[in-house]
Design a protein around this ligand. Structure first.
Ligand code: HEM
Length: 334
């Protein structure tokens, strides 16, 4: 990314750099990510209805988030910047509309309940003067960036692993059959049900160990740092990576094997870090967990499915992505 950067590996280094946030290091994403997410998002500081075409525009922004920040016609970064302008225009309209609704006293959502959506809370904070319009826009863009490709890739890899390991799939199906057997025919899932999905969460975690949705994250040294006999000068960047520990036999026996049951035992702190750790631990960790568990539940209980290509290559650009979009064959069970 054009700046002196030290790559660190191992649980000890992860713990050191993650837990010393604000003391020795600060979160420091590449220029391209910051320009595209906006300078006012929480990444840089300490329920929208999606219009047709908007999702593609968001994807256009995400594609440029790790590209070199060169603004020349046709470059990935320039395309991402224009996608970001479109998203911004749309969000400003939505925010101003929401502001009008709240100021005119319409505080209920379409179901007649008090509108407690994230957008509504942010706009209320804006009306109280606690945040600016730019901050609301930048944080909504950041949330889409942080939540979109990560959760979908984690879900995709969970299904890929289930397809490649039929014994694990049977165990997982049994877990969901047990949950269903305690419920009435039209009874939806409850939070209590998701707590029973222990094996499913082991499968998802093992899938994220082998296929972490985010390769790692950047910090910037705010002082000269002494670590393990090395000096990292103030101003240098530090990149911690998931791969450094996820694939190490020091922390995971036979790391190349897919074995969800390894998560029955506690893992050494800071060795399994798909969501990071310390004060910058992923803000959406619990939401991502629920999304994955609920999505898996409905697919495996309602559909028969299989992968079209069992060995589809995963490409890194630089975030991982199944090269063909992971097509599946799917049909209702009943
Ligand atoms: C499987 C899904 C997800 C994975 C693997 C993941 C992973 C991560 C990682 C590795 C970080 C960087 C931590 C660091 O810099 O040390 C992060 C940050 C973040 N994530 Fe997630 N994430 C996921 C889903 C989500 C979701 C669903 C949301 C929100 C709806 C979200 C919101 C955020 C935010 C706001 C940050 C920035 C936190 C900060 O800098 O203080 N993430 N995530």
């Amino acid at each position: 990314m054009g700046e002196p950067t030290v790559v660190v590996c191992g649980a000890k280094a992860n713990m050191f750099f993650m837990s010393n946030e604000f003391k020795l290091v600060i979160s420091s994403w590449p220029t391209s990510s910051v320009e595209l997410m906006g300078k006012n998002s929480i990444m840089e500081k300490k329920g929208i209805v999606v219009k047709p075409g908007l999702l593609e525009t968001f994807e256009g922004v995400l594609e440029g988030a790790f590209s070199p920040p060169f603004k020349f016609p046709g470059s990935k970064f320039s395309r991402a910047i224009s996608a970001r302008m479109k998203v911004q225009k749309f969000l400003v309209e939505v925010i101003r509309e929401k502001r009008k609704e709240i100021e005119f006293g319409r505080v209920q959502n379409e179901q007649g309940k008090l509108d407690e959506s994230l957008l509504s809370r942010l706009v209320k904070a804006m009306i109280r003067g606690e945040v600016s319009e730019d901050e609301v826009v930048d944080n909504v863009v950041l949330l889409v960036f942080a939540a979109h490709d990560t959760t979908s890739f984690a879900i995709a890899m969970t299904f890929r692993m289930l397809a490649q390991h039929p014994t694990c799939y049977s165990l997982l199906l049994q877990e969901h059959a047990n949950i269903m057997s305690d419920k009435g025919p039209d009874e939806g899932l409850s939070l209590e049900d998701t707590k029973k999905m222990k094996y499913t969460w082991q499968v998802a975690r093992e899938s994220m160990r082998l296929f972490p949705p985010i390769f790692g994250s950047f910090r910037k040294a705010i002082a000269d740092i002494e670590f393990d006999g090395f000096t990292i000068p103030k101003g240098w960047k530090v990149l911690w990576t998931t791969y450094g520990t996820h694939n190490s036999p020091e922390y995971f026996k036979e790391p190349q094997n897919f074995d969800p049951s390894r998560f029955e035992e506690p893992v050494q702190p800071y060795a399994f870090i798909p969501f990071g750790g310390g004060p910058r631990l992923c803000a959406g960790y619990q939401l991502a967990k629920l999304n994955i568990l609920i999505f898996v539940h409905y697919v495996v209980t309602k559909y028969n499915w299989s992968l079209v290509d069992h060995d589809e290559p995963i490409v890194m650009d630089p975030l991982p992505f199944p090269s063909k979009g992971m097509p599946i064959k799917i049909s209702p069970k009943f």
